[in-house]
Design a protein around this ligand. Structure first.
Ligand SMILES: Cc1cc2nc3c(=O)[nH]c(=O)nc-3n(C[C@H](O)[C@H](O)[C@H](O)COP(=O)(O)O)c2cc1C
Length: 188
């Protein structure tokens, strides 16, 4: 059983990555394998609406999408994490959601029955909108989306700031526990 967290911040070792590692640690404690995937430094272009994936499970754009799509297919749980950029998810994570999501949607059932959910970081505002924005992806693609003891958001600006957000850390930790619980229920 495996959970992956995909970090959509362009900033390596930043707040979104710290939060994602915290969630993965909670999941690991429950005996699942985990992997963190950074989009930073990878080339994931936006969807160009060629519609090839409506007929075949492939994307003709030559970039770093396919290895990540393959890992998403293999995982039992997928966590998408993004900082808030002007009230929204980053273009990096959105490009992945659009392309991986559209391929999976047209192939049919690729992500159905997996467990998933999102994590969001902001300096100050836009967290609930971004959380909802990302939730639509999971809810459209057949994921089971567990809750937590609060929304999966944390606050901070400079790298490491989220380490001081105790409530945020607690929320994403408990989310990780619920992800692991649900994966185990579904798989054993
Ligand atoms: C281009 C840009 C836009 C941002 N827009 C917002 C915003 O709308 N609301 C907010 O609270 N913080 C905003 N921020 C701050 C980041 O969300 C915040 O610094 C976050 O901790 C970055 O996470 P990271 O360290 O994982 O990159 C923005 C930052 C950048 C670079």
């Amino acid at each position: 059983m495996k959970a992956i967290a995909i970090v959509g911040s362009p900033r390596k070792n930043g707040n979104t990555e710290i939060l994602s590692r915290h969630t993965l640690k909670a999941i690991e404690e429950e005996g699942l394998d985990t992997e963190l995937i950074r989009l930073s430094g990878l080339d994931i272009k936006p969807c160009n609406a060629c519609m090839v994936c409506e007929k075949e499970e492939r994307c003709p754009i030559k970039d770093d999408l396919w290895p990540i799509y393959t890992k998403m297919k293999e995982a039992d749980a997928i966590i998408l994490a993004s900082p808030v950029y002007f009230g929204s998810a980053t273009p990096e994570i959105k490009a992945l959601m659009d392309r991986a999501g559209y391929i999976a949607y047209w192939k049919g059932g690729v992500f159905e029955g997996k467990v998933g959910g999102s994590l969001v970081v902001a300096e100050r505002s836009g967290t609930t909108f971004t959380l909802a924005q990302m939730a639509y992806w999971f809810l459209c693609l057949g994921f089971f989306v567990p809750g937590s003891t609060d929304w999966n958001v944390a606050f901070g600006k400079e790298k490491g700031d989220v380490e001081k957000d105790e409530l945020g850390l607690k929320a994403v930790w408990n989310f990780g526990k619920n992800v692991a619980f649900l994966v185990k229920k579904l798989k054993t």
